[in-house]
Ligand binder design. Structure first.
Ligand code: ATP
Ligand code: MG
Length: 261
């Protein structure tokens, strides 16, 4: 089932061709071919250390691949720095909550909105509390359920609220392609379910590539799933096909909801 040498299509938001990444002599990613269709929620799953976050780093411009090509809406963005990839419409969240703890919820969102406009953080104090950036921040704040917490310092939010704020920051950047790295990490079952619902509701008109260990979330949310093991994609397909794939089941025995493990 692994995808190889796929012809590009206008329907693809993101196309990865032969992505490999080495750190010294360690081969972390090996010839990863992946395409993410526009409008899909596409999950990337795999055991710890498989290379999922490394792939996100390569796609978002935090690390250059050793070889291979990254295309965003048909455009070759391989090796571009992260801020340029962000301006071309890709936004990501990190595995560890990544908000500015001393800034208010509102200002965190304004900063995120500003980044997508190409303005650096140093500018934010000079800007008024009205205008398009503030408007977008206010809109996103409502969408992620934090309107009542506008003035609270991000560091004072509960953990689940911080992750919601992080999702808001990705949305505020107004990107068409979102990479979410373990948005429910550290959450209890109820919080994870609420976050999955939030992702479903807020990302409807965007393309999402999501790394997630919670299989309830993965199978509840995804149009397609790719499975990475030791730096290689061993399968890509619809949730039902992935659930029944033998190689995948060996890597994930007993962890799929509703499966026949
Ligand atoms: N900058 C780096 N230099 C050297 N090795 C690295 C670097 N970044 C990641 N690695 C190694 O690459 C491998 C894959 O790491 P990565 O964080 O991508 O895994 P992951 O699939 O995201 O795992 P998890 O599910 O635990 O988050 C690991 O063995 C890690 O130690
Ligand atoms: Mg990771």
């Amino acid at each position: 089932m692994p995808e190889k040498s796929i012809p590009p299509s206008a329907a693809d938001a993101l196309v990865l061709e032969g992505i490999s990444k080495r750190y010294g002599s360690a081969r972390i990613l090996n010839e990863v071919h992946l395409r993410v269709a526009a409008g899909d929620v596409h999950a990337l799953i795999g055991p710890n250390g498989a290379g999922k976050s490394t792939l996100f780093n390569v796609v978002s411009g935090l690390a250059a691949p050793s070889s291979g090509t990254v295309r965003l809406h048909g455009r070759d963005v391989t090796g571009l720095p992260a801020h340029r990839v962000a301006r071309l419409g890709l936004s990501r969240s990190f595995q560890v909550a990544n908000v500015f703890p001393r800034l208010s919820v509102f200002d965190n969102l304004r900063c995120a909105a500003m980044r997508s406009c190409g303005l650096g953080y140093a500018w934010w104090r000079g800007l008024g509390r009205a205008g398009p950036l503030a408007e977008r921040a206010g809109e996103v704040m409502a969408r992620v359920g934090l309107a009542q917490r506008a003035g609270a310092a991000a560091g004072e939010l509960s953990y689940a609220e911080q992750r919601a704020l992080e999702l808001g920051m990705v949305l505020a950047a107004d990107a068409r392609v979102l990479l979410l790295d373990e948005p429910t990490a550290g959450m209890n079952r109820g919080e994870s379910a609420r976050m999955a619902e939030l992702i479903r509701a807020t990302c409807r008109d965007r393309t999402v590539l999501i790394v997630e260990h919670d299989m309830q979330v993965v199978f509840g949310l995804s149009d397609r799933i790719s499975v990475m093991v030791r730096g290689e994609l061993i399968a890509t397909g619809e949730p039902s096909g992935i659930r029944d794939d033998e190689a995948v089941r060996r890597a994930y025995l007993g962890r799929f909801p509703g499966g026949r493990s």
